[in-house]
Write a protein that binds this ligand. Structure first.
Ligand code: RP5
Length: 199
């Protein structure tokens, strides 16, 4: 993940305080960052605290070898930087955005306001309302500026990544083949599954 957004005192503090966000604070070392490749998908989240969930979107893309860039940028704390990043990725040739946010969760809508590229929104599980607030906010975009909304949390993030793969596969035969193979493998695992013996 690019670290520009970590210039915020609060975020830096979080990175120091929480061991688990250390990987976010050291973007260049994270395997999901592919700085030398043109990103086809931009993954953005409102806070480094969203990474634990949003890493599943990056994982889906990485598993299919889809070049992407991840950033923590806030629609209310860093509005100018967010727009700058969105514009930069559009110029670089990105095909869609995945945006994760919690609470008021306006980030995906702000990204969608800036581009006609598809925006896939992922609601973060929030502390007080378990993500119901995030989901209702993202899903209730007013007419004219759509955001495709996914499930709350890990499954939504992973599926947003898979959905991006499916969109890219429309014009990439080898990616389409990989997606079919993924589905077959998944179905095979279900077919082969055995329930435990009755005790
Ligand atoms: C939103 O507020 C973020 O997307 C995050 O889910 C939530 C809480 O952010 P932090 O206070 O943890 O930075 O903007």
């Amino acid at each position: 993940m690019d670290s520009t957004a970590t210039n915020f005192g609060k975020v830096e503090y979080r990175a120091r305080k929480k061991k688990e966000v250390d990987t976010v604070a050291k973007p260049a070392e994270h395997p999901s960052v592919q700085p030398s490749v043109t990103p086809l998908v931009g993954i953005v989240m409102g806070s480094t605290s969203d990474w634990e969930v949003m890493q599943h979107a990056a994982r889906s893309l990485a598993d299919f070898g889809v070049a992407h860039q991840t950033r923590a940028l806030s629609a209310h704390r860093t509005p100018d930087l967010l727009i700058e990043w969105v514009d930069g990725l559009i110029k670089a040739g990105a095909k869609c955005f995945i945006a994760g946010a919690g609470g008021a969760a306006h980030l995906p809508g702000v990204v969608a306001a800036r581009t006609t590229l598809p925006v896939l929104g992922v609601p973060m599980p929030s502390k007080h309302l378990q993500g119901l607030d995030s989901m209702l906010s993202i899903i209730q975009m007013p007419k004219g500026i759509p955001v495709a909304t996914f499930a709350i949390g890990d499954a939504g993030a992973a599926n947003a990544g898979l959905f991006a793969v499916a969109m890219l596969a429309l014009e990439d035969a080898s990616l389409a083949k990989k997606l079919t193979a993924f589905r077959e493998k998944q179905a095979e695992a279900v077919r082969a599954a055995k329930l435990p013996e009755l005790k």
